[in-house]
Unconditional design. Structure first.
Length: 149
């Protein structure tokens, strides 16, 4: 039951992030910044696609995904369709991994020390969900800033 709850919220927020990215009026507008958000929406989309594919795919699912985190933050001008495709792939990976996990696995130690020594999978999933939500809010803010009359 708990895994289904996590699955619901990850799918919901990835879908919202895809919708936000698709709502930018032009390819160029994905790379604008404003206010206190220093990373453009394109960067945040690339970052979330890489983050989710890394932690869900490579770490938890054994997909062999190789992350290039530096490129997530340095790439510019990546077409909207490529960013969306990366997020759609991430959504599928998250759905596959969470869909095959059992609630009892939440108490197991997460298979990466990234979130701290001996942190539980529950701890890692909460961290990853909050990270996604944080960047979704930034993209929403940037989209409204860019499309404001």
């Amino acid at each position: 039951m708990q895994m289904q709850t996590f699955l619901h919220f990850f799918q919901r927020d990835i879908d919202k992030l895809i919708a936000e990215i698709e709502s930018f009026p032009s390819e160029e507008s994905l790379w604008l910044t404003g206010g206190d958000v220093k990373n453009p929406a394109g960067t945040l989309g690339l970052h979330m696609a890489g983050n989710l594919q890394h932690f869900f795919g490579a770490v938890m699912g054994g997909t062999g995904y190789v992350r290039n985190r530096d490129l997530e933050f340095s790439a510019r001008g990546v077409p909207k369709r490529e960013i969306v495709a990366g997020l759609e792939t991430a959504r599928k990976v998250v759905s596959d991994v969470l869909g095959n996990m059992k609630d009892a696995q939440l108490e197991e130690v997460f298979p990466s020390g990234h979130f701290g020594e001996n942190r539980s999978t529950l701890h890692a999933l909460l961290h990853l969900l909050l990270h996604l939500s944080y960047h979704l809010g930034q993209v929403n803010y940037l989209r409204r800033l860019v499309t404001a009359p």
